[in-house]
Design a protein around this ligand. Structure first.
Ligand SMILES: [Zn+2]
Ligand SMILES: [Zn+2]
Length: 172
């Protein structure tokens, strides 16, 4: 029961929503390095991949990017400001990278060629039990000391949507 002093009803409080989502089993929380830009995902990934293209290397500051794509309806920005950097993709369409203006971490990615899906860089979940990648892209610029999991399908550049769909169909 609410025992507030004011006359108004309790205000909608986003932190309480976050708490509830953290308690539901399927929700996953992603955040930037400083913790202000937060995204909650309550669906399973549709596709996960790593990409060794030069842009992903520069975006992440690491030697490859790792992103999980989820059905868009299950991905919500729940706190923090963000800025958006738009990169034109080599295989057509743009990539919209939403990042924290404070610490620079990209927490949400929308790709024009993956309509209906939203991507979250896997490291933002800080969860070592997160499902492994299903495909490796831009293997031609992979650092040679990076060893891919044995059965991971790898493409020299970007596969077509049909090629990705075929891989996912085999794995699911
Ligand atoms: Zn931040
Ligand atoms: Zn890439």
């Amino acid at each position: 029961m609410y025992h507030g002093f004011g006359r108004s009803a309790p205000r909608f409080d986003i932190t309480q929503v976050n708490l509830i989502l953290e308690l539901t089993s399927m929700a996953r929380n992603a955040q930037c390095e400083c913790g202000s830009f937060k995204v909650v995902v309550d669906v399973e990934p549709a596709a996960t991949g790593i990409c060794s293209c030069i842009n992903c290397q520069r975006r992440s500051g690491s030697v490859f990017g790792a992103i999980a794509y989820f059905p868009k309806g299950g991905v919500r920005m729940v706190s923090g400001q963000h800025k958006t950097f738009v990169r034109s993709g080599e295989s057509g369409g743009n990539l919209h990278q939403h990042f924290c203006p404070e610490c620079g971490t990209t927490v949400l990615v929308n790709a024009d060629f993956l309509a209906g899906l939203s991507g979250v860089p896997i490291g933002c979940f800080a969860d070592p039990t997160f499902p492994p990648p299903q495909v490796a892209l831009y293997d031609r610029t992979r650092h040679p000391w990076v060893t891919l999991p044995k059965d991971l399908p790898a493409f020299p550049s970007s596969p077509s949507i049909d090629e990705i769909a075929a891989i996912l169909a085999k794995q699911h």
